[in-house]
Design a protein around this ligand. Structure first.
Ligand SMILES: Cc1cc2nc3c(=O)[nH]c(=O)nc-3n(C[C@H](O)[C@H](O)[C@H](O)COP(=O)(O)OP(=O)(O)OC[C@H]3O[C@@H](n4cnc5c(N)ncnc54)[C@H](O)[C@@H]3O)c2cc1C
Length: 407
């Protein structure tokens, strides 16, 4: 049975992640927000520490790098499991509480690892595991509608290589990662079933960096646009089965989202908690008392609004934990992953802006991180599928409609 308390065995992981978030992320938050595109070198030292801790098992799963091995460690009683998905989620919540932009550019992490874990075979897991992997799905003509992908992968029988051609935009950590998981089609005439994911080494000469984006938030994280020009990769860098199975449709590559959406929801939970905690401190300093024993109408408006935000946050957190728990327990979680992402993305964005409003000019000024968090948080409601797309997926699942029937 599901138990939505933080599992005891992950308490150490959470406290380590919190320490990193406090000492390294928070203290460098402003620096890399202001200095967009400069590499946060402080994170190299952190990566080395995390590698050491991973060897000892302490911080494994503190980021997206540890996600997805559904047979991860830690079988609980009665066959229930809190494994690598839950560990990653809890670690990410803490790190995002520190700074979500820096988290997104943390070496050895990257949402591409979740894609690898979702569909790679044992040999590929060994070869690519532990590397910093970005994920390149979006194209100029394919954003929400990933089935519209135009990048092609053609097998060169002579050399045993796939040759990739196309354009990929908005790739988080695209410039800094070691690997990029690229979605491409084996045959544009065969629709979504022909879309597969391919691992491309960042230094492949056929992967050409076009530009780095300038952004509203998460400015510590690089967002890269690429051209793939006769980009040759070994045949066995195709993740999963090379067969085009029309019946399975998109299922192979889409499995990635079942892993990544709860994690992005977790990032939103982390940022929103940072906003709530700081707002509470500022309200307390301003003499506003929050009394959980009083009904809303008997409190000052700010306290009553704060309690409402907290309960909304708690609902988002529980949904997100449920989605990760289901992934660890091999239960189909597409519906819950989208519900969690929709709820957490929307709630966190709402909380961040309301916290800025509650704190007035203090909240809006650069003297506080609240204004930065309000900028950072919006992306969590956009990438890995926007708010509207998550709602569409939820509606399709609840109504039993296909993507052709409900667009
Ligand atoms: C900072 C940043 C980082 C990113 N990182 C990555 C990454 O690492 N890898 C990657 O592959 N992509 C990444 N993306 C791309 C991101 O996933 C897309 O921007 C997102 O999927 C939306 O696609 P789009 O921008 O083309 O918008 P569109 O698909 O053009 O959508 C525009 C608007 O229309 C709405 N809409 C679209 N279709 C429907 C529908 N059927 N019903 C109702 N509303 C709809 C959308 O919700 C949105 O509000 C990143 C984007 C940003 C900004």
């Amino acid at each position: 049975m599901i138990n939505l308390e933080t599992p005891k065995k992950f308490e150490f992981l959470v406290s380590q992640a919190h320490q990193v978030a406090t000492e390294i992320f928070r203290s460098n938050s402003r620096k890399y927000d202001a200095d967009e595109h400069s590499y946060p070198k402080e994170l190299d030292m952190l990566a080395a520490v995390i590698d050491g801790m991973n060897e000892g098992g302490a911080l494994s799963g503190a980021g997206a790098g540890g996600v997805g091995e559904s047979n991860g460690s830690g079988k609980a009683r009665d066959g229930n499991r809190n494994g690598s998905n839950m560990a990653s989620l809890l670690g990410l919540v803490e790190l995002s509480w520190g700074d979500v932009g820096l988290l997104l550019t943390m070496p050895r992490q990257g949402l591409g690892q979740a894609a690898i874990a979702a569909v790679a075979n044992v040999e590929q897991l060994k070869r690519f595991g532990g590397k910093w992997a970005a994920m390149a799905i979006t194209e100029p003509e394919a954003g929400s509608d990933s089935a519209a992908i135009r990048t092609t992968a053609t097998l060169d029988e002579k050399t045993g290589e796939y040759v990739l051609n196309g354009e990929k935009i908005f790739v988080t950590a695209g410039d800094r990662a070691e690997l990029i998981v690229v979605w491409a089609t084996l045959d544009r005439n065969q629709g979504r079933a022909a879309i597969k994911s391919f691992v491309v080494e960042r230094d492949n000469p056929g992967l050409i960096l076009e530009r780095l984006e300038h952004k509203l938030g998460i400015r510590a994280s690089d967002t890269a646009d690429f051209r793939l020009e006769d980009c040759r990769i070994p045949k066995d860098n195709l993740l999963g089965s090379p067969e085009i199975e029309p019946k399975r449709g998109f299922a192979g590559v889409m499995q990635t989202f079942d892993n990544t959406r709860p994690l992005v929801a977790g990032m939103a939970i982390g940022v929103a908690r940072a906003c709530l905690e700081r707002t509470r401190e500022l309200l307390t300093e301003a003499g506003v008392e929050i009394d959980y024993d009083l009904p809303p109408h008997a409190q000052v408006a700010a306290a009553s609004e704060f309690i409402a935000m907290e309960s909304d946050w708690e609902a988002a957190r529980l949904l997100t934990m449920q989605a990760a728990w289901m992934a660890d327990n091999k239960k189909p979680n597409s519906l819950q992953a989208s519900m969690a992402k929709a709820k957490a993305g929307r709630t966190a964005t709402d909380i961040a802006l309301r916290c800025v409003a509650l704190c007035g000019s203090v909240g809006y000024g650069e003297g506080e991180l609240l204004e930065k968090w309000a900028r950072d948080v919006k992306i969590l409601d956009l990438f890995e599928g926007t708010q509207q797309i998550q709602q569409l997926i939820v509606a399709r699942q609840l109504l039993g409609k296909t993507s052709a029937e409900l667009k």
